[in-house]
Ligand binder design. Structure first.
Ligand code: ADP
Length: 571
């Protein structure tokens, strides 16, 4: 076994959401401990990587250990951090690089949490596929009504793409809206969504969504114990009023952790590392699912039916190109790696009907190199402006995602620059709250903090025009009206340094299209008939959002319809 030099050494690696800083301690030539000083990896999703990679490194005394399936980027970041600490201890850089690279070829660790040893056939009342917000809430509401539920999740942890969101849920009438005396209603919400979706929304489904949003919010608070930030709202693009209640803590971690806890307490059998492969049918009725786990095939039967909650298909490039050839390999995605349209593909074989498949949304404010959704770039909602290389604004910052995305792509280099200063920063502390993302953006030359001269020089933006743009914008703030783009919401000064400039570009984020359901969340075939035993909820469902989903509407959608599906299937 390799002998290293004794001592404690720090190293930094890049994970999914920025820097991971590790402190390793070597005793008698062996790696004795690995401590993490800071990181910003998505909680819950990255847990399996932190549970397995460091202990493996210690056990094998090398960074030549496999990644955890579903957490490859976090696994890689952990190994890189340890590698850099070992380099600092005096180890040979080239050799370590080789080990780091070769470790990518090892078979990934599949973390499966299967209560029982694999039986080839298992029987439940309900089988749910997918452990994002939709699947978990369906599991809770069904088991609340007495169902024996199994939830199959192919990744190492539940959370899905729900965890890769800004953490806002649109609710007309939330506590935060009340405390800010914001007048809102399900009707106003419905109208905004229809304008945002060019009227192509399935109106009946959106009506259900808007009318049940507040009830679902109360259910989250009272029955699931989800906590919200008291006075904070996000004003996502396209909404007339600030409407998104914000989960306590970061992003949607509070939501997923509480849903998971509740589901487990109710006895929902959550199986991670289990991948659904095929729908089992008999005489056109859905009976169950054939799945694989750790190389075994297991058939899960649901006497009351199967609920598909497998999310969208943003991460499946072939599918994207099939339905919208423009969105090819050039586009990165904000999505976690399990979002590959598996549910759609399984349903297609069964003759399920699809709607709006070509409506695919890009999120305008992502990392141009990785596609990761930028939480620092949430400064746009707080008051940051978007400029181009010439230092000019080019779009209303709170326009719909498709409009802002297209506008950014039309600029020089296909990128935009968010510009803000201390007044905007004070609204939600985006840079201090997302330190790891900021550090990794700096390393990639995508972010700078400083005076306006330094910032514009570093980002190669025309300084004179940028200064003019800021002066004009600040005069709009004074007059309370943006005369160029009519920016909605509060206008806030960008005057007091240090300034921040961040390079941003759109990445594929959400698929509005999907399988067709009726108002009871039953799946329909191409002739419009109900497929007995098959239900769906969440992003896999098509049509609710029309051409373009407004920010904060996905979380409302998946929870309203997830909860509802669990109830409907029990009727
Ligand atoms: P929603 O927002 O609709 O709940 P999410 O994207 O949050 O959707 O969650 C969907 C979940 O479904 C993800 O965790 C994903 O890994 C899981 N999933 C996708 N395909 C399969 C499959 N074939 N078997 C099991 N789980 C799957």
């Amino acid at each position: 076994m390799k002998i290293y030099k004794d001592g404690s050494f720090k190293g930094i690696g890049i994970g999914y959401a920025g820097e991971i800083e590790a402190l390793i301690t070597i005793v008698q030539g062996k790696i004795k401990s690995i401590e993490f000083l800071s990181h910003n990896e998505t909680p819950v999703i990255s847990e399996p990587a932190f549970n397995h990679v460091p202990s493996n490194i210690i056990e094998k005394n090398t960074i030549m250990v496999p990644n955890v399936k579903g957490c490859s980027m976090s696994s890689r970041g952990i190994k890189e951090a340890v590698m850099n600490a070992l380099i600092l201890s005096g180890e040979n850089k080239e050799e370590l690089f080789k080990e780091f690279k070769n470790s990518e070829n090892l078979d990934k660790i599949v973390v499966s949490k299967n209560k029982s040893k694999f039986k080839p056939v298992e029987n439940f009342d309900i089988v749910i596929i997918g452990g994002g917000g939709a699947g978990l809430s369906a599991a809770i509401s069904a088991s609340n009504l007495g169902a024996k539920v199994v939830l199959l999740e192919k990744m190492a942890a539940v959370g899905g793409n729900t965890l890769v969101s800004m953490g806002g849920i649109n609710i007309p009438g939330s506590d935060a809206q009340k405390s800010k005396k914001i007048e809102d209603s399900p009707e106003l919400y419905y109208n905004d969504a229809l304008v945002g979706g060019d009227g192509e929304n399935n109106k009946e489904l959106f009506k259900i969504l808007s009318e049940n949003a507040l009830d679902t919010y109360n259910w989250l608070k009272e029955e699931i114990g989800v906590e919200f930030k008291k006075d904070e709202l996000i004003h996502f693009g396209g909404h007339t009023v600030p409407r998104a209640a914000v989960f306590k803590g970061k992003y949607a971690v509070e939501l997923i952790s509480k849903l998971k806890e509740k589901a487990e307490n109710l006895g929902v059998d959550i199986r991670t590392g289990v991948e659904a492969k095929e729908i089992i049918t008999k005489d056109k009725e859905v009976l169950g699912i054939k799945a694989t786990t750790e190389g075994n095939i297991v058939e899960f039967f649901g006497s009351k039916g199967v609920i598909f909650a497998t999310g969208g298909f943003s991460g499946n490039i072939e599918m994207r190109k099939k339905y919208n050839p423009e969105l090819d390999e050039r586009y990165k995605t904000t999505n976690q790696s399990g979002i590959t349209g598996d549910g759609h593909l399984m349903c297609e074989k069964l003759g399920v009907d699809f709607v709006h498949m070509s409506y695919i949304q890009t999120f305008p404010i992502a990392n141009p190199l990785t596609g990761a959704l930028s939480h620092v770039g949430g400064s746009r909602f707080d008051g940051a402006i978007l400029v181009n290389k010439s230092g000019k604004r080019f779009v209303e910052e709170l326009e719909r995602r498709d409009v802002v995305s297209q506008a950014i792509l039309a600029q020089d280099g296909g990128v935009g620059y968010l510009v803000w200063a201390q007044e905007v920063e004070a609204v939600a502390n985006r840079t201090t709250d997302n330190k790891a993302e900021v550090n990794s953006l700096i390393r990639s030359n995508l972010f700078i903090e400083g005076n306006i001269e330094e910032c514009s020089k570093k980002m190669d933006i025309n300084l004179t025009t940028l200064k003019d743009t800021l002066n004009i914008y600040n005069s709009y703030v004074e007059n309370g009206k943006d005369q160029e783009f009519n920016r909605r919401g509060n206008l806030i000064n960008i005057k007091k340094g240090p300034f921040y400039i961040q390079t941003v570009a759109p990445a594929v984020h959400h698929t509005m299209g999907g399988i067709r359901i009726n108002n009871e969340n039953e799946v329909l075939d191409i002739e419009g008939n109900i497929i007995k035993g098959l239900y769906a909820a969440g992003e896999i469902v098509g049509g609710i959002h029309g051409t373009n989903r407004l920010g904060g509407n996905a979380i409302t959608d998946i929870l309203v319809f997830g909860k509802r599906t669990g109830e409907k299937i029990m009727k």
